[in-house]
Design a protein around this ligand. Structure first.
Ligand code: ATP
Length: 335
């Protein structure tokens, strides 16, 4: 990556749902802090994987990045190239696009493949030539035969529907694609094909991805860099190789250990113990401390900051924080 401004710069972003005054304005509504001070960047031509258990805030961040929702606080900055707006050569961009897990639900059941792919281009005046050629080119780029162009979603397989959704996103010439669990609804064999498609499209288009998944091996395969989320916070981020070679946060360690590696017998299967706590009442201090085998007293009271422990490798854990910071809280193992 160059030193140029990142394509996407998420700065100290929080998102709180509910609790806006509660019943009759008496503050009775309960609040969910879906995101809590999240900072993340995605560079040009970079694939960043975002991993975490269900409820950690991954989809919320994805929706904020593409502007479907607004943060409660903090800033989401899109570099000029990623922003919607003025023409870039012949193709105009609609800004970041998002691909959801459920492709069938994302498509209008009454519209054909051709109409689905054309719609954003027509509505936003992006069509630069004959419609058929435009549709065929996009269908070809996602590996769909042109003969399917008049089919409706119920006449396609799940994998084909996901390809239509990807083609429709590409029609907007995005520089940044947010992929929210784009393969988890597909059969394993189809998953591999669609993941290969994402890699091919990366080579062809130079598009950056924020690739959201709860599946660490999927993200490992695609990403240059991985960020690990836990209950609304990023707890570790690093280049993919560094993260697997030397995970610094106990949650990351537990996630990696939970991945069975049948072929190489390298990793044994130990699911992360305990349930992810309710985001309605997250644990104090480090949110992970009730499940952490290394928890100390300080972890219960002080939130560890996300610090660069090695160049490009960030971790939010008192095991990694400098002694001066840790001394601010008590030390010693939790009972
Ligand atoms: N519109 C909403 N209103 C209220 N709470 C919400 C809303 N959207 C998300 N949440 C809550 O925010 C938290 C984070 O949800 P989010 O869907 O972002 O997590 P996730 O990591 O993507 O989970 P999953 O992998 O299950 O999709 C959850 O507790 C969820 O219930």
């Amino acid at each position: 990556m160059s030193n140029a401004a990142p394509l996407l710069d998420v700065q100290d972003v929080s998102k709180i749902y509910g609790g806006s005054g509660g019943l009759f304005g008496f503050g009775l509504g309960s609040q969910v802090r879906a995101l809590d001070g999240v900072a993340l960047t995605v560079g040009e031509r970079e694939i960043v994987g975002l991993v975490g258990e269900s409820g950690s805030g991954k989809s919320t961040l994805g929706r904020l990045v593409v502007g479907l929702e607004r943060p409660t606080s903090g800033h989401i900055i899109l570099n000029e190239a990623a922003r919607p707006g003025p023409p870039r050569g012949k193709a105009r961009s609609l800004g970041p696009q998002i691909i959801f897990q459920n492709a069938v639900a994302a498509l209008n059941p009454r519209r054909t493949v051709k109409d689905a792919i054309l719609e954003p281009a027509v509505v936003h005046g992006l069509l630069t030539g004959p419609a058929d050629a435009f549709v065929h080119r996009l269908m070809d780029s996602v590996g769909l035969p042109a003969s399917l162009k008049d089919r409706r979603p119920h006449e396609l397989s799940g994998g084909q529907c996901q390809r239509v959704v990807i083609a429709r996103a590409l029609a907007a010439s995005p520089k940044l694609l947010v992929c929210d669990e784009p393969v988890s609804a597909l059969d394993v064999s189809i998953q591999a094909q669609v993941l290969n498609l994402f890699l091919d499209l990366y080579d062809e288009t130079g598009c950056s991805y924020l690739f959201i998944s709860h599946d660490l091996p999927v993200v490992e395969r695609l990403s240059h860099r991985i960020a690990i989320m836990y209950l609304g916070r990023i707890v570790e981020s690093a280049p993919t190789k560094a993260l697997f070679a030397k995970p610094l946060h106990p949650y990351t360690e537990a996630l990696i250990a939970s991945v069975p590696d049948i072929e190489q017998q390298r990793r044994t299967f130990h699911p992360v113990s305990g349930e992810i706590p309710s985001p309605l009442s997250p644990p104090s201090g480090c949110h992970f401390h009730p499940r952490c085998p290394h928890a100390m007293d300080v972890c219960r009271v002080v939130q560890p900051p996300l610090l660069a422990i090695e160049p490009g490798h960030f971790s939010a854990c008192h095991l990694n924080t400098p002694p001066a910071f840790a001394a601010a809280g008590a030390s010693g193992p939790l009972g």
